[in-house]
Design a protein around this ligand. Structure first.
Ligand SMILES: Cc1ncc(COP(=O)(O)O)c(C=O)c1O
Length: 388
């Protein structure tokens, strides 16, 4: 069949017709256990009845009115997200990349405030912040950047999880206005930094009057067992971005800011036609409410630990396995060589995951995963890896 789609993706030859909980069914009726959730999006699983009900109710009322008017649901969502995060205010857009753009625009304004003509942001190797020109320039992968030069200027790159490298930069330059990191590298291979990494970053930002920007687009909204990953530590960022599970499949992203970062924009400097529409905000509010009502954060911790333990017991002796790591329901199984060829094999085993950083099997199952489904992920993965 010829395709009229731009060839931007390598796609597996399967299309899903419906889903329920942690399961998807293809057009031939075959079931698949979804340990990927559209890359950390459907945290509440597929066709969650509460989310479906909100989608139906809100669609009958109003979908879109525009940001020239007050939007009640948007205000309520900002209230709820600031309560949950400890931040002061929020801007809503439709994707992760857009809210990271928002964060980067805040950095430019913070630079103006400090009378720095060419403000710079420290970013890390192997980071992934999105596919717009600024966010791909902030990302730390040549594959993502190649062909799109000239890149957006104003980024200084350091190795991930290396506080000394940042100290060295900050000692030698006076044009740094922010440090932007993913608390766990997601696309970069589920790399978890030292326990005190965020605390040390916070100290450096305070000492040098820089903004600490945390990209929690993958780690946020419960994925690691806290609403946000930094809540495993005593710190708060100045700017926080989240998206993905916030809408459980309805596109929405939020950039949250605090303190000196919270009042940098003035009216007319930033915006989005669809951003913060009543429909997406009503759904996001219901997602947050459902995570709370169903007490999913402790469930994520428990199920994530169970899954990681069982992956360790079953797979760690396999000669091809280099490491098994993760936090909550964000897990990586690192193999000794590139392993994308396992994806069609996993499909035959009825299991969905993806491969990132060439040799890391990334598991991002839904928060509603039960113990039996966690065990099935392990057995199906074991059968897949046997064919490595
Ligand atoms: C950490 C991180 N930042 C940014 C993005 C970009 O988000 P989006 O694809 O919604 O633009 C992603 C997406 O995978 C991500 O994982």
């Amino acid at each position: 069949m010829t395709s009229h789609l731009m060839p931007t993706y390598k796609r597996l030859p399967v299309s899903f017709e419906r889903g329920q909980g942690a399961w998807l069914w293809d057009s031939n009726g075959n079931p698949y256990l979804d340990a990927l959730t559209g890359i950390a999006v459907c945290g509440l699983g597929h066709a969650h009845p509460k989310i479906t009900a909100t989608i139906y109710e809100q669609a009958q009322k109003v979908l879109h009115t525009g940001n020239g008017f007050r939007v009640d649901h948007q205000e309520h969502l900002a209230d709820r997200l600031t309560q949950l995060s400890g931040m002061d205010n929020a801007f809503f857009a439709n994707s992760g990349a857009e809210v990271n753009e928002t964060a980067l625009k805040l950095c430019r304004l913070w630079g103006r405030e400090k009378n720095i003509a060419l403000p710079h942001v420290i970013v890390t190797d192997n980071a992934f912040h999105g596919r717009t020109l600024a966010t791909l320039s902030a990302s730390g992968s040549r594959i993502i950047q190649a062909g799109f030069e000239p890149l957006v200027q104003g980024f200084i790159r350091v190795p991930f999880n290396d506080i000394n490298a940042i100290q060295t930069v900050l000692q030698s330059r006076h044009d740094v206005v922010a440090i932007m990191v993913e608390p766990i590298l997601g696309n970069g291979g589920i790399k978890i930094p030292a326990d005190d990494y965020l605390v040390e970053l916070r100290k450096l930002c305070d000492q040098h009057d820089c903004l600490l920007i945390l990209d929690e687009i993958q780690t946020g909204i419960g994925r690691t067992g806290k609403w946000f990953y930094y809540q495993h530590t005593p710190i708060l960022p100045d700017v926080l971005t989240c998206a993905k599970t916030l809408g459980n499949g309805i596109p929405i992203g939020a950039c949250l800011a605090r303190g000196k970062a919270a009042h940098l924009f003035h009216a007319g400097q930033h915006g989005s036609t669809f951003g913060g529409n009543p429909f997406a905000c009503a759904v996001a509010l219901r997602v947050l409410q459902t995570i709370e009502e169903e007490n999913l954060l402790p469930h994520i911790v428990k199920t994530g630990a169970l899954l990681q333990q069982s992956l360790n017991e079953t797979l760690s002796h396999h000669p091809a396995i280099k490491a098994i790591r993760g936090r909550g329901l964000m897990l990586g199984v690192e193999l000794s060589a590139p392993c994308s060829h396992l994806l069609p094999i996993a499909l035959k085993e009825g299991l969905l995951f993806n491969v990132t950083a060439e040799n890391v099997i990334r598991l991002l199952p839904p928060y509603i995963l039960n113990a039996d489904e966690a065990a099935q992920i392990v057995t199906r993965l074991q059968k897949t890896i046997e064919q490595f």
